[in-house]
Design a binder for this molecule. Sequence first.
Ligand SMILES: [Mg+2]
Length: 364
Amino acid sequence: MLSSSSRVSHSIPTATLNLPNPIRFLPQILCSCFPGQKRKTSYFSNPVKWNSRMEVSRTANLPTRASAQPLKNADELIDSVETFIFDCDGVIWKGDSLIDGVPETLDMLRSRGKRLVFVTNNSTKSRKQYGKKFETLGLSVSEEEIFASSFAAAAYLKSINFPKDKKVYVIGEDGILKELELAGFEYLGGPTDVEKKIELKPGFLMEHDESVGAVVVGFDRYFNYYKIQYGTLCIRENPGCLFIATNRDAVTHLTDAQEWAGGGSMVGAISGSTQREPLVVGKPSTFMMDYLSNKFGISKSQICMVGDRLDTDILFGQNGGCKTLLVLSGVTTLSKLQSPDNSIQPDLYTNKISDFLALKAAAV
Ligand SMILES: [Mg+2]
């Protein structure tokens, strides 16, 4: 049920993934994917094509996976991996409330020597800000265990040796700015462009900074036309300017009353005006998985990805070659999982992560 051979059908082409150190060798990976292209500098290598290849792999006509099985023996799963990667919203908490049994479950996994990592596509907070949220909820989680897509954007720029004399234009909130600052990159945009408006009088032309070498787009509650035009000018007119998306989530959960337009809506606007596809660093792209695997020296077959969303969390785990567990404590219902329209099947599913405790007790 959990053998790696059962999961290869949704994997990214091996040429892009099954390499020992994907971050360090990213430029070589890019060149190996496109042998006709000469390597120039790592900054000008073409990561957009790398990502496009990943997108293709998600939609290719691949063999159908076996249906997900209910988790019956938690011990078997726990013993089979050394690391658990948890999505946060819908797995650890819902809005500002901790999900039942989470602290005890995390304590049990730690006591059994498991490495715990928390990965979120939400780019509005930095790792430090997420650390505070964990603390507020009474969970003891260190900053090093948290990977938000805001951090992933900065880590990606570092991994390609993004020139320090280039700037980053940010469409997004504070988390991205904080992570760029920590990584030593100069940026503009973000919350400072919230109030900016355009004035369409005859001959009006918007100036833009020609030293912007990357536009990072994340969820932005204060998205406006000024930001669209500024980001578009940078991408279209600055030679080699990168277009990086923290995620392309269709919806997010700003309140528990309904689903709200997610980061994918901001990314879609810039993609529409530039006619370019972004490089996505958040789930389901494998960038963060590769980064984690490299940082901790973990084999991906020793990782179990736990999430509540099929098209991000489970696909992220499958794209990375990990075991996958869907929890039904968030956005996915059992009927959605089992619908004939759903093609994304995790290895296992269960109601919530504290089932690890109940199923363990039942197995004794
Ligand atoms: Mg979630």
